[in-house]
Design a binder for this molecule. Sequence first.
Ligand code: HEC
Length: 165
Amino acid sequence: MNLGKLVLVAAGVAGAFGWVGSATAGESAVERGRYLVTIGGCNDCHTAGYLQNNGTVPESEWLTGTAIGYQGPWGTTYPANLRLVVSRLSESQWLAHARQERLPPMPWFNLARMTDTDLKAIYAYVRSLGAPGNPAPVYVAPGGKVSTPYFVFVPVTDQKHASAR
Ligand code: HEC
């Protein structure tokens, strides 16, 4: 066994025990980010068609935002293109940005509770997705003109069935 192989073996052992290995740590942050994004439901809103197609949208399209708005008393919001957002921020800017209050239906109060380590993993993952693409349409204030399709978030009570209960 030559010296080069020995060094590789030593690095592998150290990595396996979690001692060092920035390269392996980088890989796992991306993997962890993919996992968090998947179970955190980010694609449900930030990826076009994801919810409607039972999560079968190819990863190459993940988190590029959607042009279908969400309308309620807050106006009309659009799930942002997170690749673009993240591509413009440093890691530390992302930590602050991800924890800011947002308009519905963005569950910002959940994201704000995520640990730094997990938010950094999401940052690494979203950056790894490549081609940022185009921004989502801009927010429209209540009563403003909306030129895209949108979902309406208003609770409705079906009077016929409500009175039968
Ligand atoms: C129920 C739909 C929904 C889910 C689920 C969701 N988002 Fe959002 N998100 C939105 C909407 C809508 C906006 C735009 C809010 C606004 O305009 O204030 C947004 C905005 C954001 C922003 C701010 C983007 C900007 O413009 O700078 C970030 C960051 C973000 N979401 C991250 C996430 C992450 C990470 C997850 C998963 C953990 C997630 N979102 C899950 C709907 C959602």
